[in-house]
Ligand binder design. Structure first.
Ligand code: COA
Length: 257
């Protein structure tokens, strides 16, 4: 594990912190690999329900380490480096929540496209400078960003590579909410704790449905109906229906994570 990736657990929430503040949390090959390993380990860990990611000391990430572009250029299908990180994020079955506590440049922003929920500090700033660096965007950004923001907005962010702030990120739908800087981590932990109280198996199924494009709307409607019918007799729905009858909050803590 790279010294630049720190993990800590509070309840069922595992936080992964990019910890290379002297370089604004720029990501090297070894940091990517440890980051990916930490996500995979958390996804397998039965005591973890939610994975949070953030950066140390007022920066989220300044992106790929500039020197690393030349010393460790990315390889297609590579399980190491940025490709390995994207693969780990994409295959994570548990919810991944990002707390963007400062600047998020390059992959610092594109990795957010693979998180389920994104919260930003009021002072957070974002930038996708790929074209100006003589490169093209990575991590599926040319596919995901137009779908998330619309083609006009995605093109503007990717063509010019200008900074944009948390309010613009919020109004354009790149982040779920913006919190005061000092409150960000507490608020994100509270959101993650709420998520951890939801039935894990159903969160997982819902995440799968959101991430997998169906062939048609009709196919997806049928798939959902099938899953609902199969889940009505399951313990989570039994508990939810019973709790409703007994006028108490459901307790899903007894079920698998
Ligand atoms: N790769 C390698 N080193 C980086 C880095 C990166 N992506 N981003 C920042 N650093 C280093 C700086 O070189 C500097 O190192 P030094 O103290 O040894 O000179 C240190 O981190 C602090 O950065 P600095 O530029 O002094 O801080 P800042 O707050 O003025 O600006 C950034 C921060 C992130 C805006 C600026 O450093 C920057 O634009 N970095 C490049 C970002 C980038 O293009 N990333 C790749 C995207 S594909």
């Amino acid at each position: 594990m790279s010294e630049h990736i720190r993990t800590s657990q509070a309840g069922a929430v595992l936080s992964i912190t990019i910890n290379r503040p002297d370089k604004k949390n720029a990501l090297t090959r070894s940091i990517y690999d440890s980051f990916a390993a930490a996500i995979r380990a958390a996804d397998q860990d039965a005591t973890v329900s939610v994975i949070c990611i953030t950066g140390a000391e007022g920066a989220f990430s300044s992106g790929n380490d500039i020197q690393d572009f030349e010393t460790h250029p990315p390889t297609v299908g590579g399980q190491s480096g940025p490709g390995g990180l994207f693969a780990a994020l994409r295959s994570a079955e548990k919810p991944v929540v990002a707390a963007v506590n400062g600047m998020a440049v390059g992959i610092g922003t594109t990795l957010l496209l693979h998180c389920d929920l994104v919260y930003a500090a009021a002072s957070a700033r974002f930038r996708l400078p790929f074209v100006g660096l003589g490169l093209v965007p990575e991590g599926g950004a040319t596919y995901l960003l137009p779908r998330l923001l619309g083609i006009r907005r995605a093109s503007e962010l990717l063509f010019f590579g200008d900074w944009f702030d948390a309010q613009r990120a919020l109004s354009w739908g790149l982040v779920n909410d913006v919190f005061e800087d000092a409150e960000l981590l507490v608020k994100v932990q509270a959101q993650a704790d709420l998520l951890a109280r939801q039935p894990a198996r159903l969160l997982r199924l819902t995440k799968q449905l959101i991430k997998q494009s169906p062939n048609s709307l009709e196919e997806r409607i049928d798939e959902e109906i099938d899953l609902i019918a199969r889940n009505i007799p399951q313990p989570e729905a039994r508990e939810a229906f019973l709790a409703r009858r007994e006028k108490r909050p459901p307790d899903f803590g007894q079920f698998e994570t």
